[in-house]
Design a binder for this molecule. Structure first.
Ligand SMILES: NC(=O)c1ccc[n+]([C@@H]2O[C@H](COP(=O)([O-])OP(=O)(O)OC[C@H]3O[C@@H](n4cnc5c(N)ncnc54)[C@H](OP(=O)(O)O)[C@@H]3O)[C@@H](O)[C@H]2O)c1
Length: 279
């Protein structure tokens, strides 16, 4: 019997997940299909009932529903509980289980570049939903976290949450500072750069061994990554984070191992097509 999966969000047209998951099903001959649905904030409860009534086996959840969906679910995995957000739902024996693969997807994307996490320093630029998931996953790996968010209070709130889960964290001004010379991993999680605009401040003088990650997927290389390269740093964009949150969701739903390379190629193909059409 064909299985049905989807991603829900608002907006949703830009989502690369259907192409990525459907390519994975085709590669392994899995009898399933993955769709995208535009679900506005006031329609979330109805949409969840509808997906269940239609026999969906699971779905991904993106902005702005990752927190609001929680009361509509039967249980949460420890990852979803810790993040306070759900990006993956599985229907198991009629129950709705909320899970979160964003943090683990980020860890998987960077682990090959870092020689371990424990006791090292991570600086996060931003304090929104993505920063929260990444920060809690890095804390679980034993990293010390320094949060720099434009709205200082949100950065402080995230520090409190990290401490609540037993981690070590501080916050500071959204600006260059002493942290530049004492950072192993710099993660840019704000939406600045989505439209190729320059980053609000320079990272000149950053420790050249730092791995600099900008979780933006498109453009491929933001102005922050360009500057980091000039400083001699290794750089990574958000493609692998997107890929691994998807492969982990796949494995949560279907078991086994997701076809990572086929799913990566499907993401790249869609991005190339978009660049072509934009031009
Ligand atoms: N690669 C992936 O798989 C992946 C996954 C999730 C998200 N993302 C990307 O991550 C980015 C953030 O997503 P999110 O879910 O965290 O969004 P969000 O919850 O809305 O948070 C947005 C963050 O950006 C900051 N910000 C926005 N405009 C700014 C500006 N002009 N100057 C400084 N800071 C600014 C906000 O700071 P304030 O608190 O001061 O407003 C906040 O920290 C998006 O670009 C998204 O595409 C990538």
């Amino acid at each position: 019997m064909e299985k049905h999966y989807a991603v829900i969000g608002d907006p949703i047209e830009h989502s690369l997940s259907p192409g990525m998951h459907n390519a994975g099903y085709a590669a392994l001959g899995v009898n399933a299909e993955y769709q995208r649905f535009h679900v506005k904030p006031g329609q979330l409860a109805e949409a969840v009932e509808g997906l269940c009534a239609l026999g969906y086996s699971g779905w991904n959840v993106t902005l702005p529903h990752k927190e609001h969906i929680i009361p509509l679910l039967d249980s949460l995995t420890p990852e979803a509980k810790r993040a306070g957000a759900v990006n993956t739902v599985k229907i198991h024996e009629g129950k709705r289980i909320g899970h979160n693969t964003d943090g683990a997807g980020f860890i998987r994307s960077v682990e090959g570049y870092l020689n371990g996490f424990k006791g090292k320093n991570a600086v996060l630029l931003g304090g929104g939903g993505a920063a929260k998931g990444i920060a809690l996953a890095l804390v679980e790996q034993g990293m010390n976290i320094h949060i720099l968010n434009r709205t200082r209070e949100k950065g402080i709130e995230l520090v409190e949450l990290i401490k609540h889960w037993g981690g070590t964290a501080t916050s500071g001004e959204f600006a260059p500072g002493d942290w530049l010379t004492d950072v192993d991993l710099l993660v840019q999680t704000t939406s600045v750069g989505l439209h190729d605009e320059p980053f609000p401040f320079s990272i000149k003088g950053i420790f050249s061994q730092t791995l600099v990650v900008d979780i933006i997927v498109n453009p491929k290389e933001t102005s922050l990554l360009k500057e980091a390269k000039k400083q001699g740093c290794r750089v990574l964009n958000g493609l692998d984070m997107l890929l691994y949150q998807g492969t982990l969701a796949w494995e949560f739903w279907l078991g086994g191992q997701a076809p990572v390379e086929e799913m990566r190629q499907a993401l790249k193909k869609q991005l190339l097509q978009r660049m072509f059409y934009k031009g």
